[in-house]
Write a protein that binds this ligand. Structure first.
Ligand code: PNW
Length: 489
């Protein structure tokens, strides 16, 4: 189960989930600060005010990263630390620039490649208040372009890997359809407007990078989409097979088709949503055509898979799934995978492998897994001593890395890297601090960090997997009962 020797790997985090220090260093508020302080609480009483205090402890945290052997680290920039009010005519906060300069420099000193996500959900509250944030297509794309330009110009001399947006599906649906995430809107028109804003904001950032920075900085740019893989609920029913495809088009194709193919949204979306799905103008299609081949990679966040079952009745106005019923067991009662510590996630590595082929066939781009991970069953109630003994997470990582190896070697998919979610337990958005996705245990009273067994597992397994066919990268463990190329040595 080896991987290409130049396969990149590391850990992923996001600013609001780890930084804390929300009122320090000149940072302006984001929609997540507001959302976390609503009464009654929509985030289980938790907020990101302190989080993991990474703002003050980043050096210690990068010590962990080094000790885990990571080659790369994916983090996000809090827009409102760079531009507290968010807009293109608002002041830039030099203290915020300095904070991220320090992060980037400390990573480089350690030989770790920074992967920077420009936006991971923490929209400046100033833009939401001023014009509705993502709801205002004309304004937000110009402000995002400006923010992206500042990041490229101030950090791009050292940052060579950029991710424009994290999970536009979750921003649009959880933020504006279900209301489970900030800003908590519930609507059946807004998510489709927001989706278009996200697509065009991404495209503008790519265009700016190309015109003003790529020649000198020689970096790469992409986007991280999320999506589950869907199996038909009844594998012998063509209507369920179609439902599974349609569900993935609503999840991935919504963004992937315009961004990577410069095409309209998938036909199934048009058919169901009609005029609620905003058209692209000729000028907007021109921007999509200009930028589609400039997107260097496809970022996939993958956690789980589900079954899709067709529905007889016409789609409900509030439906955003493609008129399917999602289930975790199929017609025969077979579970999609072993239950984890959160209801929506079951470990589904065979579907991970299938998903790569689906994505690669559709978009033909180099793929990076920009997030993958899980909480162990019952981990929310565990003591530190129990939590660090995280065998479920180790099994999850191992099986998902095996799936990557198979997709690369047997299915011919170009997968170039992998980021485990997450470096340490952190603020799991609306689920608060109870749900633990880290390979490091965070004690939220003392803020002490303790490596879990999975951290060591990842370090060791990548050593072995990247050692190459002849295993020439000797690491002192290859003769110690570890598997090399599937055989115990
Ligand atoms: C991702 N779902 O979000 C985010 O990028 C991370 O910030 C987050 O911590 C991580 O996954 C773990 O949840 C998702 O319900 C949240 O399917 C929810 C879902 C998917 C992704």
């Amino acid at each position: 189960m080896s991987l290409p020797t130049d396969f990149e790997w590391g850990f992923a985090t996001a600013a609001y989930q780890i930084e804390g220090a929300v009122a320090e260093g000149g940072r302006g508020p984001s929609i997540w600060d507001t959302f976390c302080h609503l009464e009654p609480s929509k985030t289980k009483g938790d907020n990101g005010d302190v989080a993991c205090d990474h703002y003050h402890r980043y050096k210690e945290d990068f010590g962990l990263l080094s000790s885990y052997g990571a080659k790369a680290y994916r983090f996000s920039i809090a827009w409102s630390r760079i531009i507290p009010l968010g807009g293109r005519n608002d002041p830039v906060n030099e203290e915020g620039i300095e904070f991220y300069n320090n992060l980037i420099d400390s990573l480089l000193e350690r030989g770790i490649t920074p992967w920077v996500t420009l936006h991971h959900w923490d929209l400046p509250q100033g833009l939401h208040d001023r014009y509705g944030g993502w709801l205002n297509l004309e304004e937000i794309q110009l402000d995002f372009e400006h923010f992206a330009r500042i990041c490229f110009s101030r950090f791009g001399d050292r940052v060579r890997r950029w991710i424009t947006l994290n999970e536009p599906f979750i921003i649009a649906i959880y933020g504006y359809a279900t209301g489970g995430n900030a800003p908590g809107h519930v609507s059946n028109t807004e998510p489709w407007t927001v989706g278009k804003s996200l697509i065009l904001s991404h495209a503008r950032a790519v265009s700016v990078y190309e015109r003003e920075f790529r020649a000198t900085q020689k970096g790469q740019i992409g986007i991280s989409l999320n999506g589950d893989f869907y199996e038909p609920w009844d594998e012998n029913d063509d209507r369920d097979k179609a439902a599974a495809q349609r569900r993935m088009e609503f999840h991935v194709g919504w963004f992937g088709d315009p961004i990577y193919l410069a095409q309209d949204y998938p036909k199934a979306m048009r058919a169901q949503l009609g005029s609620r799905l905003p058209e692209f103008t000729d000028a907007e299609f021109a921007l999509l055509r200009e930028t589609k081949d400039l997107v260097d990679f496809y970022g996939q966040n993958y956690y789980t898979a589900q079954y899709a079952r067709h529905r007889e009745e016409p789609a409900h106005l509030n439906d955003y799934l493609g008129n399917v019923t999602e289930t975790q067991t199929n017609k025969q009662g077979v579970s999609i995978g072993a239950e984890s510590g959160i209801h929506w996630l079951r470990s589904s590595p065979p579907q991970f492998r299938k998903f790569f082929s689906w994505i690669y066939a559709r978009y033909g781009r180099a793929i990076y897994v920009t997030e993958n991970g899980c909480p162990c069953p019952g981990e929310d109630k565990m003591t530190k001593e129990e939590s660090v003994n995280d065998q479920y997470r180790i099994d999850y990582f191992e099986a998902h890395l095996d799936a990557i190896s198979q997709a690369v070697k047997e299915d011919g998919v170009d997968i170039k890297g992998y980021f485990a979610w997450s470096l340490f337990d952190n603020m799991e958005w609306s689920d608060g601090y109870g749900v633990r996705f880290g390979v490091t245990y965070t004690d939220y009273e003392t803020l002490e960090r303790t490596p879990k067994r999975s951290a060591t597992f990842l370090k060791e397994t990548f050593k072995t997997r990247l050692a190459g066919v002849n295993g020439h990268e000797t690491n002192g463990h290859a003769t110690n009962g570890h598997k090399v190329n599937g055989t115990k040595v």
